[in-house]
Design a protein around this ligand. Structure first.
Ligand code: SAH
Length: 232
């Protein structure tokens, strides 16, 4: 994978207190750099212990700006900054119905659940059964028992619980799968890495009140490719 330097696997030695200090410092840094603007997103990032979503050999790197490998075929937990990078332009907020395509570690799901709160809904879909089981166990262990987890092709969305106010795709696609646009509520927003030649561009798509779409390019990113029916 282009541009990905993996730190060496090692026995985790950091304590809860060390992780907590690193988490607070990381959130402060992301706010200073302009990635975090919403107070709800800031609080969610302070609340969720990222180290609980990372396999042992890489756990000590929880707050480093590097994607780390997860169990499964092609899964990584994204860099810490990528969560506010996705959730801020979405306008993720209390009470929303949120869909994540690419559950991965379950970390982004937990952060989203903290942001939308008890009045919202979080659905997360993972195509890889091994990765799915890893995330499910992480979320259960930490106590996130009110998120809907689905082991299927997220390109198809999740019709039983549509529409969604916000959708985040954390895998790179050639084009945003049509079912996901269909399952957005009017005024809803979707964010996804979209492949453009050698680049991947993070694109924000907004469904207008009349059902049209407006798109905005945010920045270049680097994600694993989307699998399933809408494969690259
Ligand atoms: N959001 C994750 C990062 C996941 S990496 C986290 O916070 O940890 C991207 C994930 O998307 C991988 O786990 C990969 O298996 C999954 N994926 C790829 N194609 C998919 C599809 N069509 N439907 C659902 N998940 C998919």
């Amino acid at each position: 994978m282009r541009g990905w330097i993996l730190p060496p696997a090692r026995e985790p030695v950091k304590t809860r207190d060390e992780f907590q200090r690193e988490r607070a410092a990381k959130v402060e840094e992301l706010a200073r750099l302009g990635y975090i603007k919403s107070e709800r997103i800031r609080r969610a990032l302070l609340t969720v212990c990222r180290e609980d979503f990372i396999p042992g050999p890489y756990r000590d790197y929880a707050y480093c700006e590097v994607p780390l490998p997860l169990p499964g075929e092609r899964s990584t937990i994204s860099c810490p900054h990528s969560y506010p990078l996705f959730y801020d332009p979405l306008g993720l907020d209390a009470g929303q119905r949120f869909l994540e395509v690419g559950l991965g570690s379950g970390y982004g799901t937990a952060v989203a659940r903290e942001v939308v709160g008890a009045g919202g809904l979080v659905v997360a879909i993972e195509i890889d059964p091994v990765t799915y089981e890893f995330a499910r166990a992480n979320l259960a262990r930490v106590g996130y028992d009110d998120v809907v987890l689905v082991n299927d092709d997220g390109g198809l969305g999740y019709p039983p619980l549509q529409p969604f106010d916000s959708i985040s795709i954390t895998a790179a696609c050639k084009a945003v799968p049509a079912p996901l646009i269909d399952q957005l509520s009017p005024g809803g927003k979707l964010i996804a890495p979209v492949i453009a030649g050698q680049r991947q561009i993070l694109v924000l798509t907004e469904k207008t009140a009349t059902g049209g779409v407006r798109t905005e390019e945010i920045c270049d990113v680097l994600y694993v490719p989307l699998r399933g029916k809408y494969v690259v």
